[in-house]
Design a binder for this molecule. Structure first.
Ligand SMILES: Cc1cc2nc3c(=O)[nH]c(=O)nc-3n(C[C@H](O)[C@H](O)[C@H](O)COP(=O)(O)OP(=O)(O)OC[C@H]3O[C@@H](n4cnc5c(N)ncnc54)[C@H](O)[C@@H]3O)c2cc1C
Length: 237
């Protein structure tokens, strides 16, 4: 299955459901789809505060106010700050990850490997580093070089290729690593959604969670395990 695997590799895991999404193509597709569905996309409208007046949510931004009957907070780690404005909470622990991207190569990796994926364009994405309490804008060369060194041991052909970019980003991570899906008791119509692995979980979000929000309430079977109330261990006990 992986003829280019290196001699140092002694084991592997495989699941036929493993898959890889090309993030650049996903981003373009998302914008094509929201245009086709007539969604109003308002980039650059950072929500500073949320109030509820006359049964209506008012989202205050530097570019003006946005009003809505329902609001779903999906602002990643910024939900920490926004959720309490509508009687919710989102305890997060942001985590930095770094990626190394190679030049385009002939197709050699037909399966996504935990730390390595080849896009349909041929580039190889290397890395799954995890760092807490770091500068979100920073990038540590030592981490990139460790990722590259491990990748070469997995697939020795990577030793001869050029790296074209490296980047870091902050993972959206709840305090226990599992998603938070919650709705407000004090502000009916307000929801909060936080998770890592939003790509892996997107079918659940699009086909299960979004229709519940559209109907106006999350099912008890979803809220019971995923509400942020689970973090109040003593109260839960
Ligand atoms: C290095 C790395 C590797 C990853 N690998 C994988 C993977 O292999 N598989 C996988 O499934 N997932 C992966 N993820 C995680 C995945 O990208 C996240 O689950 C996903 O980005 C979370 O999506 P989100 O929409 O909840 O949050 P975000 O992507 O953080 O989006 C939040 C949005 O809210 C906006 N926002 C923030 N504050 C405000 C505000 N006050 N007002 C208005 N808008 C605001 C932001 O600008 C942003 O557009 C990875 C993440 C990283 C960093």
């Amino acid at each position: 299955m992986l003829p280019d695997i290196g001699p140092e590799v002694v084991g592997a895991s495989y699941c036929p459901l493993d898959g890889h999404v090309n993030s650049l193509r996903l981003f373009r597709t998302l914008h094509t789809a929201i245009n086709a569905r007539g969604v109003s996309y308002l980039p650059g409208h950072r929500v500073e505060s949320i109030t509820k007046e006359g049964g209506e949510f008012r989202l205050h931004t530097a570019k003006g106010e946005v009003r809505a009957a329902k609001v779903a907070l999906a602002a990643g780690n910024a939900n920490m700050r926004l959720a309490p404005m509508v009687g919710l909470e989102a305890p997060m622990r942001p985590e930095r990850g770094q990626i190394v991207v190679t030049e385009r190569l002939r197709p050699f990796l037909n399966y996504p490997v935990v730390t390595l994926r080849q896009t349909d364009e041929g580039t190889v994405m290397i890395g799954d580093s995890k760092e807490e309490s770091t500068d979100p804008a920073g990038l540590t060369i030592g981490v990139s070089s460790t990722e590259a060194e491990r990748a070469v041991r997995q697939f020795p052909l990577l030793a001869k290729v050029n790296v074209v970019r490296t980047w870091s980003a902050i993972r959206v991570m709840t305090q226990d690593g599992f998603p938070i899906y919650d709705e407000s008791e004090s502000h009916p119509g307000a929801f909060v959604l936080c998770c890592h692995s939003g790509v892996t979980l997107c079918a659940n979000h699009a086909l299960t969670v979004a229709p519940m929000i559209a109907r106006g309430a999350l099912d008890k079977s979803l809220v019971a395990p995923f509400s942020a109330r689970r973090f109040h261990v003593q109260a839960a006990g």
